[in-house]
Design a binder for this molecule. Structure first.
Ligand SMILES: [Zn+2]
Length: 419
């Protein structure tokens, strides 16, 4: 019953706001975070899908003045590492999701994931691979863009590229044909073909696995050679796209940096030398701290009671080192490993791991937008697209206030307004 009522309410908000798409709004809260700094006494004005003013309160003729008392207005959150086609591994393990859930089921789940994300104030997501669901991510993106389903703006990777023999699911008789979580390709010609094929199927950027847990002791070991990685980057860049690398080992990270990727995902084994190299080369770091935390808990760690396992201690150390060196950071939790809509846990943990709250707010908005080449997003500024949220209280005082989302507007359309 509760779900039904919520759905009705949601549907109403969705169509009412669609009808009012060209309305001229003035949004007024207790304060404004514009993606860089906080301002008291500011308002934000929206016409159609564009921010037409952000500055000190002024008079004007508006179709509607929306007052959000007790709230902070800010840009919609930009999630940097999601998997809309995965759901938490404590519900169904990754292997079984890839092997036993049809693309139809996974897409149906993704509809719910996208809605939960948008309602949590996430207005853009960089989705890092369909994990065996082909180009369903491209289809989900198109469904959102056409207004078929509500959801954040999506940047999608498609299948992602792995070397032959590295990625799972694994452990089957050689006669069993197993769907893989990503697309294998090796060597110059094959990598050129597969990179171009993924681009042709709608990948906004290319994701490559620069290492994987395939050493004899199941530790992360490099996969591609530097020459192979450079081939992928060359082909992607010549089409105007960038490459991101999954890498946990120092050598995997080093090869990816040398090849010219723009962001490194996970990076648990990053050394001072590697982080200094990243800083010099302008490669950004997405540590995905929330995923490791979730997986450790799924595998028996009682957080808060038991001592922190080695995996968590290593993550804390790598994040602290990256912050100390001054590497550009990316907000992205690997959401999907943990529940969609719980994106803010990554920011809470980044603050717990040593990042100050202002930096956390900046990476979640203006900085991620810049990193992902979205030059009209991530700031409340005249001429920017109207992706705006309001959260209760002041998130610079307590980052968890980002969980209390009272208002969501994407592209000038209001999707949530708690009165
Ligand atoms: Zn991931």
């Amino acid at each position: 019953m509760r779900i039904t009522l919520l759905n009705v309410l949601f549907a109403c908000l969705f169509c009412c706001s669609l009808i009012g798409q060209d309305r001229h709004y003035q949004l007024k809260a207790d304060r404004v975070f514009d993606g860089q700094d906080f301002h008291d006494g500011w308002v934000v004005e929206v016409k159609g899908n564009e921010i037409v003013y952000a500055g000190p309160e002024r008079r004007g003729n508006f179709d509607q003045v929306i007052k959000l008392k007790g709230h902070t207005l800010m840009p919609g959150l930009i999630e940097g590492h999601s998997h809309i086609l995965l759901h938490p591994y404590n519900e169904v393990g990754w292997n079984d999701q890839v092997l036993k859930e049809s693309v139809a089921e996974r897409s149906a789940r993704a509809v719910n994931h996208l809605k939960a994300s948008l309602m949590a104030g996430v207005t853009t997501m960089r989705d890092l691979g369909s994990e065996g669901a082909g180009y369903a991510d491209v289809g989900m993106k198109q469904a959102v863009e056409k207004g078929v389903i509500p959801g954040p703006r999506l940047l999608v990777a498609g299948k992602a590229i792995v070397t032959t023999g590295s990625y799972g699911p694994k452990g089957f008789h050689e006669g069993v044909k197993v769907p893989l979580g990503a697309e294998p390709a090796d060597g110059y010609d094959d990598l050129i073909r597969v990179t171009r094929d993924q681009i042709g199927h709608g990948a906004d950027f290319i994701k490559v696995y620069a290492d994987y847990r395939w050493s004899p002791d199941r530790k992360a070991a490099p996969t591609f050679t530097v020459a192979e990685l450079k081939t992928i980057v060359e082909i992607a860049e010549s089409s105007g796209r960038y490459v991101v690398a999954h890498a946990s080992s120092a050598e995997g990270m080093r090869r990816a940096i040398e090849a010219g990727v723009e962001t490194i995902e996970h990076g648990d084994g990053g050394t001072r030398e590697i982080f200094e190299l990243m800083k010099r080369e302008g490669v950004a770091f997405c540590p995905t701290v929330a995923a490791g935390d979730a997986i450790s808990q799924y595998t028996g760690w009682n957080k808060g009671t038991d001592p922190e396992p080695e995996r968590i201690r290593q993550k804390r150390a790598s994040v602290a080192l990256a912050l100390e060196v001054g590497v550009k950071m990316v907000f992205g939790g690997d959401v999907g490993v943990f529940p969609h809509g719980e994106n803010v846990i990554e920011l809470e943990m980044m603050v717990d791991y040593g990042m100050d709250a202002m930096s956390a707010l900046r990476i979640a908005t203006a900085q991620n937008a810049e990193q992902f080449h979205m030059d009209k997003l991530g700031q409340l500024k005249t001429g920017f697209w109207a992706d705006i949220i309001a959260v209760e209280g002041d998130p610079s005082k307590a980052i968890s206030n980002l969980r209390k989302v009272g208002f969501v507007m994407k592209d000038g359309v209001i999707y949530k307004h708690v009165k």
